[in-house]
Design a protein around this ligand. Structure first.
Ligand SMILES: O=P(O)(O)OC[C@H]1O[C@](O)(CO)[C@@H](O)[C@@H]1O
Length: 534
């Protein structure tokens, strides 16, 4: 029997010249190639995937044993084999009463207890019962990086209409400019610093945390009393001087980029309150249940993953653009960059063998309509095809600005339509002739106005960006990455590729300070050290 990958490659060759637009001659195309869940709709009809291709893609998931690996993940098997850990972020949003075991132990009592402690602390801080040495807390600064920053920062920005707590700020970069500029406007006596680090060893976070402590110590008698730690290493948090009642721990089965649902989400909980945070978790839990039980053909994470596999591994498109027409999702593209590229940017399969095909795509993007006035030129007329993932809400949170929202939605739909339909040379000629252009000059001008079209996109539409919907969207993407990883045979839960640069940075510190010579460094690095030191 023919290998499914080969079959898909053959199908791709057959349809390579087909216009996506022609698929709509079938009036049922939209209904047949879109799927709904709760208040969400995933439309993938503007891709070149047809029923035969979809069936072959679904066969890939069966071949990879998706159903079994999915159950293994949800039930606490140590599927992160290179680190010997489970991947149980789904437990962090599981409802009370659930029983989820790993290593023979039910993790849920601990999860529920920590959730309740977080809620008590957030309520006290928001209500003033927990105060700073200068009174009620006005500002909270989350110091973390990667998964200890991107998730909460993205969610806090996304849910701005639900904020009714103190102002929340995020510091991630070791560049002193970041902490300097953030602390500049704050009052140490009414500020809480959250040190968010799974390992509590990350050099950027530890450096920023020490700087924040020094800043606070200049005016506050007991700076430690206004520090909170979120970490898997409660011992290291204690060594830093943070009292146990303000340390919120989590287990090593929560990967950094999957951690917003637990203690790492404390800044979000402080911003929107425990009730709305619970809705955020409920949304994700609903997506978990959908992912676990819905048949492949209507399963949003599976479908989104299969579209991704089709475009990256079969069609060979190197990147994927995430284009939320939702300003409050401005931080979703960087969040997804970590989620997808740290998870599936790998060259070996789970057993250490060469992957044998290309790894996950480069993920990038920015909100529309801004991107339209910047990089969409390349999306429409560049020589690379970039599959686009649009997102848009039916309504915003500003009913008095409904005309803005209509324009936003119109632009989103129009871009997807334009990418698919394009404009041929004849249409460009006719358009120019109507504007009075004729002859050779018109011909040259016409060529510049041709849009090849046939550029695929998917659209994720939803009713409104509520905490519940955001939870669903983020969980949808988490599971999409998981499915892509399973189909590719990748361990999506480790990140060894971040190690080498960290080691070299540590070794370069003393070279830059002059304590050690640059001997042994390559000529370029040595030359740069010399230039930067002068
Ligand atoms: O939460 P920590 O342990 O400070 O790690 C921060 C980030 O650093 C990484 O380990 C990559 O360097 C990420 O996976 C992680 O989210």
């Amino acid at each position: 029997m023919m290998d499914i990958w080969d079959r898909l490659q053959g199908l791709q060759a057959q349809v390579a010249q087909r216009r996506i637009r022609s698929l709509f001659e079938d009036g049922a195309r939209f209904d047949g190639f879109s799927a709904r869940f709760d208040g969400m709709l995933l439309d993938y009809s503007k891709t070149n995937i047809d029923a035969e291709i979809r069936e072959a893609l679904i066969a890939l998931t069966a071949q990879a044993g998706l159903a079994e690996v999915r159950e293994a993940m949800f039930t606490g098997d140590k599927i992160n084999r290179t680190e010997g850990r489970a991947a149980l972020h789904t437990a962090l949003r599981a409802p009370e009463g659930a029983v989820i075991e790993t290593g023979g132990q039910d993790v849920m009592p601990g999860v529920i207890e920590t959730r309740a402690r977080m809620a008590r602390f957030a309520t006290a801080l928001r209500g003033g019962a927990f105060a700073g040495q200068g009174g009620r807390i006005t500002d909270v600064v989350n110091i973390g990086i990667g998964g200890s920053d991107l998730g909460p920062a993205m969610a806090v920005a996304a849910l701005a209409p639900y904020h009714d707590g103190p102002r929340v700020h995020f510091v991630s970069n070791v560049d002193g400019a970041h902490i300097h500029d953030t602390l500049a406007g704050l009052d140490p006596e009414t500020t809480v610093i959250i040190v968010a680090s799974k390992t509590f060893t990350t050099i950027e976070t530890m450096t920023n945390a020490a700087t924040a402590r020094d800043w606070m110590a200049e005016t506050v008698a007991d700076p430690g009393a206004q520090f909170v730690a979120l970490s898997s290493s409660t011992e290291r948090a204690a060594e830093f001087g943070i009292a146990p009642e303000r340390v919120f721990g989590f287990e090593d089965w929560v990967g950094g980029r999957y951690s917003v649902w637990g203690p790492i989400g404390l800044s979000l909980m402080i911003a929107i309150g425990p009730d709305e945070f619970a809705r955020f978790l409920d949304g994700a839990a609903a997506m978990d249940a959908h992912f676990r039980t819905a048949p492949e053909s209507g399963n949003l994470p599976v479908l989104l993953a299969l579209v991704g596999i089709w475009h990256r591994q079969i069609c060979g498109y190197p990147s994927r653009a995430v284009l939320p027409y939702d300003q409050r999702l401005a931080l979703l593209p960087p969040y997804l960059q970590q989620l997808e590229m740290e998870s599936n940017g790998k060259r070996v399969a789970i057993d250490g063998a060469d992957l044998g095909r290309v790894s996950g795509p480069i993920v990038w993007g920015a909100p529309g309509t801004n991107g339209q006035h910047a990089f969409y030129q390349l999306l429409h007329q560049g020589t690379d095809v970039v599959p686009c993932e649009f997102m848009v809400a039916a309504e915003g949170h500003e009913p008095h600005l409904a005309h803005h929202h209509r324009l936003l939605v119109a632009n989103c739909l129009a871009q997807a339509e334009a990418l698919m339909k394009g404009r041929d040379l004849d249409s460009a000629r006719v358009m120019l002739a109507a504007r009075g252009w004729h002859g050779d000059a018109a011909e040259v001008q016409a060529r510049h106005r041709v849009f090849p079209g046939n550029r695929p996109s998917v659209m994720l539409a939803y009713d409104r960006l509520t905490p519940r919907r955001l939870g669903q969207i983020v969980a949808l993407y988490e599971h999409r990455v998981f499915v892509e990883g399973v189909v590719l045979g990748i361990n999506s839960f480790d990140q060894w590729g971040v190690e080498l640069g960290k080691e070299m940075a540590t070794a370069l510190g003393p070279v830059l300070s002059g304590e050690e010579s640059a001997e042994g460094k390559d000529g370029s690095t040595a030359g740069l050290v010399d230039f930067l030191r002068r």
